[in-house]
Write a protein that binds this ligand. Structure first.
Ligand code: AMP
Ligand code: MG
Length: 468
């Protein structure tokens, strides 16, 4: 099945895979299955461009104008006819320093054009952004010119005609015809695609839209993601921590990561490990959300109702992924109403493990890409890939690594004196030790086939800064 053809049924898709082993699934294969199964939402809203920051563009934006709309000057200087530069070669009186003398016939300001005619041998004082006078195609920067008359006042004041006697001398060899001119449409020509569908709008894009005179854009509606934590030991903030109790931290890390992605979060709190509460939670989430993210209760052999309920209400696969931390994960689709078999109804389910670091790792490496795909991000664009970018860094110490699984270690990266990135591991790497994530500024990704890493060896890292 091709990556572009979404599968209607997960178990059907899995049965078509020849090398599928749910009990030892390589990270890359799990990522591929998820990506193949999820489909983008199809709901669009129009927003004022400021409100569209961070949202996914739902249609290509074509430029309705040329940007810039007219040829204009890139410098403060003098505009003249470029072919005048030829004259310095034939003007034997001036071959030693190759200068050209031009008569200043006016001035052009940004927002106030010079509307007169410019003849050969003449020039116009021009400011950055001012419309190029017709017939002029070249600008010499002001600092390269020498004024050779004494009517300076006239050229420096905001008068369009600075007096007939002003002349400038320019070094003709320092400049070519056409220099320092911004051409009409050189940023964006009328009718060309300015922004592609699927682009996540960043600050530069808001500016670009404004430069086209576009006040509103069509964006995908926000993805609705329901989250809840499962486990009888979990306590919500404000509750007393009794013996065996653990404060629910996963909903908070998930809240942070989902907020960064621009999702609308439906926080369903802590759900006790009891079949009635769980069924109600899954049904409600399936009705209201595009995706459900749970944590806890998906371990292999866990004697709880979370897995049972996922199985009962949906088309869900339970995996043990060849990774650390992480391993157990449930993925599939929950029907909002079991009698409704329509594949488009219900919500995608990501049943993450309970351990706090495992939740974050599983989110970044499985859920994030899937949600972006559902949001329509990157849909028609090859230039704005939303995939995580790993960068190489030198490991400052030896790292133990078992080949045959992907390991994610929390690291601190810095720039070494030789300019290379150098990474060291943050203390204890236990999957429950959230402090390791908090202290880290990157994740060291040790790939499936990699074995022990020697000190000084190169590893791939994922920088946390800038991660959405
Ligand atoms: P589980 O995957 O349910 O077996 O949980 C694995 C570990 O993660 C256990 O020590 C749980 O107490 C812990 N855990 C599960 N859910 C949460 C949560 N929401 N916040 C903090 N710790 C959790
Ligand atoms: Mg549990």
């Amino acid at each position: 099945m091709s990556a572009n053809t979404p599968a209607a049924n997960l178990h059907h898709l899995l049965s078509c895979l020849s090398d599928y082993d749910p009990n030892s699934l390589p990270v890359a294969q799990a990522q591929q299955i998820i990506q193949q199964f999820v489909t983008p939402i199809d709901s669009v809203e129009k927003l004022a461009i400021r409100q569209a920051l961070g949202r996914v563009l739902a249609a290509d934006v074509l430029s309705g104008i040329n940007v810039p709309a007219y040829d204009n000057s890139a410098m403060d200087g003098y505009a003249f006819i470029g072919s005048d530069l030829q004259k310095k070669a034939t003007d034997h009186s001036d071959t030693t320093n190759q200068t050209l003398t031009l008569k200043v016939v006016g001035a052009a300001y940004a927002g106030r054009a010079f509307e007169g005619a410019v003849q050969p041998g003449e020039c116009v004082r021009i400011m950055t952004g001012a419309v190029m006078p017709s017939s002029c195609d070249t600008v010499i920067p002001q600092e390269w010119t020498i004024e050779i008359s004494d009517s300076k006042q006239a050229t420096e004041s905001k008068q369009s005609n600075p007096g007939n006697s002003t002349q400038i001398r320019i070094p003709a060899t320092k400049i070519n015809a056409g220099d320092n001119r911004r051409l009409k449409g050189e940023d964006l020509a009328i009718g060309t695609t300015a922004l592609r569908k699927g682009k996540i709008l960043r600050p530069a894009d808001l500016g670009l839209l404004a430069s086209l005179g576009v006040a509103e854009v069509a964006v995908q509606r926000r993805l609705r993601v329901a989250i809840f934590s499962t486990g009888d030991e979990l306590r919500s903030l404000g509750e007393t921590l009794d013996l065996g109790g653990v404060y629910d931290s996963n909903r908070y890390t998930l809240y942070g990561m989902l907020t960064r992605l621009g999702c609308e979060i439906i926080d369903m709190g802590v759900i006790k490990d009891d079949p009635i509460s769980l069924e109600a939670a899954f049904r409600s989430a399936g009705e209201n959300a595009d995706a459900i993210i749970t944590s806890g209760g998906v371990s292999v052999g866990a004697a709880d109702y979370t897995k049972q309920m996922m199985e009962k209400l949906g088309d869900v696969a339970f995996w043990s992924i060849a990774m650390r931390p992480g391993r157990p994960m449930a993925f599939g689709k929950i029907q909002s109403n079991k009698s409704d078999q329509s594949a488009s109804k219900g919500a995608y389910l990501f049943g993450l493990p309970g351990n706090p670091v495992a939740v974050m790792v599983s989110f970044y490496f499985f859920v994030r890409d899937a949600l972006l795909h559902m949001m329509g991000a990157g849909a028609a664009s090859t230039t704005s890939s939303t995939s995580l970018t790993l960068v190489p860094a030198i490991s400052s110490a030896a790292l133990r690594k078992r080949a045959g699984r992907t390991e994610y270690q929390r690291g601190i990266v810095s720039v070494a004196t030789n300019g290379q990135l150098q990474v060291s591991i943050t203390g204890s790497q236990g999957s429950g030790i959230l402090r390791s994530m908090s202290e880290a500024n990157c994740m060291v990704v040790l790939h499936h086939d990699q074995a022990d890493i020697a000190a000084g060896e190169q590893v791939d890292i994922l920088l946390f800064e800038g991660l959405i």
